[in-house]
Design a protein around this ligand. Structure first.
Ligand code: SAH
Ligand code: SF4
Length: 340
């Protein structure tokens, strides 16, 4: 739903903008699937909405439930392309939603299923927030607490729409800035702009390697943005926001999980105030035969090593491996089947 367009229609009908929030609430509570069902709204208004705005930006959907509580959905977009979104349990009836920001991704990281697809196009703000709308419609009992931009795509390669979506999430879905996290592979300009536009929204940086050579092997973006440039942008970000950054570090067996690799990581992070550093260790999810998952022992070793260096490190619980539902794990095969 394009909230700016809804607001315009409300304005021209002399209706207060707070109606938008009640629109979202009513749709969720009553599982409405059509403007016509908004029975308490003036008929002319419903008709105007119906005539001018599609209810959702996706048409066909496919829900994939695994054995865990994590749910993944593939949304076929009306404007073309398919994307994934994941509903991840936090506790009780509270959930986090992982959203995509693009159809595919141009960044080509060697370990990432989305990266092998290439970029088809960037999403609109509406297509981003409709992923939350989808979960609200289909699981009204789920209380959505946090949003993570960790699905398909590089959010800072689609800054305008991502900015707009973040604003809408706060204004119309009532999600606080501190409950939203944007993850980037390290686009410098994006990090700088983000510090100014959304200083309260959480930033996660996909680091994955702390030497230039290894990072270049894993992530093509490292050829354009070297670790030195990245660290400068991070210093600026920290200076401006004084907010903690999450560094995502994917652990791949015998590629970046040795004691030396971890020492390199701790040494590199030592340039920042450590109270503003959080390392989130991610167990590699197998997407190609090229890389293997590390053993649990290696993952715990990495966490303990970093903690001993005074760096806060956590292990990302891997939700939904059984449905290839971990963020960014949409398989090419499934994507093509969806695209057909
Ligand atoms: N493009 C952004 C956000 C989407 S990717 C970024 O790269 O940060 C979200 C996270 O999923 C990133 O940290 C990414 O490195 C991780 N990821 C990608 N492929 C993965 C895999 N095979 N196993 C586990 N995590 C993966
Ligand atoms: Fe794109 Fe992120 Fe995947 Fe890299 S990890 S290819 S930046 S989605």
């Amino acid at each position: 739903m394009n909230f700016d367009a809804v607001k315009q229609i409300l304005d021209s009908a002399n209706q207060p903008p707070y109606r938008i929030k009640s629109l979202v609430g009513a749709i969720q509570a009553n599982r409405l699937t059509d403007y016509d069902q908004l029975s308490s709204w003036p008929k002319t208004l419903r008709q105007a909405l119906k005539d001018q705005l599609p209810f959702t930006s996706y048409s066909n959907t496919q829900l994939i439930s695994g054995t865990s509580q994590t749910k993944k959905a593939l949304l076929e977009l009306t404007q073309g392309g398919s994307i994934e979104t994941v509903l991840i349990p936090i506790k009780d009836n509270q959930y986090s939603v992982c959203v995509s920001s693009q159809v595919g991704c141009a960044m080509g990281c060697s370990f990432c299923a989305t990266g092998t697809l290439g970029l088809s196009r960037s999403l609109t703000a509406e297509e981003i927030t409709d992923q939350i709308f989808f979960w609200k419609l289909n699981f009204p009992e789920a209380v959505i607490k946090t949003i993570v931009f960790m699905g398909m795509g590089e959010p800072f390669a689609n800054e305008l729409a991502v900015n707009q979506a973040i604003d809408w999430l706060q204004t119309y879905y009532g999600i606080g800035a501190r409950h939203i996290t944007v993850s980037t592979c390290g686009l410098i300009k994006g990090i700088e702009n983000f510090a100014h536009n959304h200083p309260q929204v959480n930033l996660a940086i996909s680091l994955h390697a702390a030497t230039q050579e290894l990072r270049q092997q894993l992530m093509p973006i490292a050829n354009k943005v070297d670790l030195e440039a990245l660290s400068q942008a991070i210093h600026q970000y920290l200076k401006h926001t004084n907010r903690r950054i999450t560094f995502e570090y994917l652990l791949i067996d015998s590629v970046n999980d040795s004691s030396q690799n971890l020492k390199d990581l701790a040494d590199w992070l030592a340039q920042f105030p450590l109270q503003l550093v959080h390392v989130n260790l991610i167990r590699y999810n197998q997407t190609t035969d090229k890389y293997q998952q590390p053993s649990n022992n290696r993952v715990y070793f990495a966490r303990d090593y970093l903690m001993n260096q005074g760096i806060v490190a956590t292990i990302r619980k891997s939700y939904g491996d059984d449905i290839a539902g971990a963020c960014g794990q949409l398989s090419r095969k499934q994507y093509q089947k969806e695209e057909k």
